[in-house]
Design a protein around this ligand. Structure first.
Ligand SMILES: *Cc1c(COP(=O)(O)O)cnc(C)c1O
Length: 425
């Protein structure tokens, strides 16, 4: 299997190269050259997702040096539960929040970490993953890469600009993960990262790479939980499920669409989006344009110009085809808050704001057999959720363990020079 750039079908690379580079040199995103047909009937006998992952991903690793390690990569990535829980009213919940930082990004980050540590095996210098984060992504990357051989992680976050609980998940790492609280805002962190990548000498000196959300290595493992849950649902209920996917940068929903193209028993796919408009505007008008980002209570979906739109439009260049393949519903903040407030009464559940957005969409759909994708645990968004439900949310064990650890971070002035000086210490 080769991977090609969305901007140049002749630019073919191996899986290892696509993972290592993240973005193609022409600025495009890597996509698989074909989506293989996978026989899902053999998944029915597998109750653990790890085995489904290995079978599903094998064709995507074919011919790559990492293919020999696929079994171990799956063991490391899927070492937490991903249950599909039946609720009421022909609705099930796909719980993606049982990983180390209690959100679905743990899956992609874990897979990338396992791949990166093997890509660089035997090299003299470790790879250094540099991440600017406004909160969640950095925590998932840190947790995934911590303790992995041959890779270091450097995290920059805006000191004092993230919630206390988010900050703990960024600052509790030692060893091969270093976290800097930057005196500035998120844009300063992002600027330093861009300057670092643009500075060839710096890039070579620390063997720099990125692990951001456009890496194809995030999408591949995410296909696994759609494959698994669709097969489990059909086995339980005799019909193929439809999906509601809370979406921002569209990485998660694209994995669902890839799984369906590979032949998994997946019916309709509906995106639940917050007040950010790009997807709904595109489906309504047929014209794509980016918007300024609007801040909402479901802040991990605050994306005005989703990068994975480029993968979606590469797969189906014609907007009418896209309209047949997906639909999107917009949910405003007041509705999200309302769903969180009434979650216990209506569903017996405390929702995080992103899942609540998905539930709001499910409640508008009259047809049966929907899986709502739950992207995060509510304890992660305590500052939004607790005032609405007027009680504390129980913190899952794995998150509690992180929150208990000491702070290993240092502070940093907002410049590349300051970062360089800190890193040579
Ligand atoms: C990142 C994130 C999303 C959005 O996922 P995309 O792949 O960017 O569409 C939804 N919910 C949570 C909790 C997230 O962290």
């Amino acid at each position: 299997m080769k991977y090609l750039s969305t901007r140049n079908p002749d630019h073919l690379v191996s899986l290892s190269e696509a993972l290592r580079d993240g973005l193609a040199p022409d600025g495009g995103l890597y996509v698989p050259e074909t989506l293989p047909h996978v026989d899902g009937t053999k998944f029915v006998g597998h109750s653990h997702i790890r085995y489904i992952a290995e079978d599903l991903l094998a064709p995507f690793f074919a011919g790559d040096p990492l293919a020999h390690d696929l079994g171990d990569i799956c063991d490391e990535t899927f070492d937490f539960d991903i249950p599909l829980r039946d609720l009421k009213d022909d609705t099930a919940l796909l719980e993606l929040f049982h990983g180390p930082t209690a959100a679905f990004k743990d899956v992609g980050a874990g897979f990338l970490a396992s791949c990166f540590s093997r890509l660089n095996k035997g090299a003299e210098e470790p790879l250094t993953v540099l991440v600017a984060t406004s909160g969640d992504t950095g925590g998932a990357v840190a947790a995934a890469f911590h303790g992995k051989p041959n890779v270091n992680v450097v995290i920059l976050y805006p000191k004092g600009k993230v919630s206390p609980r988010q900050e703990k998940q960024l600052t509790c790492w030692d060893g091969n993960v270093r976290t800097f609280g930057v005196h500035g805002v998120f844009d300063d962190c992002q600027r330093i990262v861009k300057e670092a990548f643009a500075d060839e000498a710096f890039r070579d000196r620390i063997n720099l790479t990125s692990a951001n959300s456009i890496n194809i290595g995030r999408l591949l493992p995410q296909m696994t939980y759609y494959a698994a849950s669709s097969v489990w649902y059909r086995k339980r209920h005799g019909v193929e499920p439809n999906y509601v996917v809370p979406s921002g940068n569209l990485g998660n929903v694209l994995a669902c669409l890839y799984a369906r193209e590979c032949g998994m028993p997946i019916g309709e796919v509906v995106l639940a989006v917050n007040e950010n408009k790009p997807v709904v505007h595109f489906l309504e008008t047929g014209e794509y344009k980016g918007f300024d980002t609007v801040a909402t209570v479901a802040n991990a979906m605050d994306v005005g110009d989703p990068s994975n739109m480029e993968r979606l439009r590469h797969m189906w260049p014609d907007v009418d085809t896209i309209r047949q393949k997906i639909s999107a519903y917009q949910v405003d903040d007041e509705t999200i808050r309302q769903k969180i407030r009434t979650g216990l009464d209506d569903w017996g559940q405390v929702w995080d704001p992103h899942t609540a957005c998905g539930v709001a969409v499910r409640e508008q759909l009259d047809s049966p057999h929907w899986i709502v994708v739950s992207t995060a645990h509510p304890a992660k968004f305590d500052t939004v959720v607790e005032p609405l439900i007027e009680r504390e949310v129980t913190i899952p064990d794995q998150l509690a363990e992180l929150l208990d650890r000491p702070d290993y971070s240092s502070e940093l002035d907002p410049s590349l020079d300051a970062l360089e000086a800190a890193l040579v210490d």
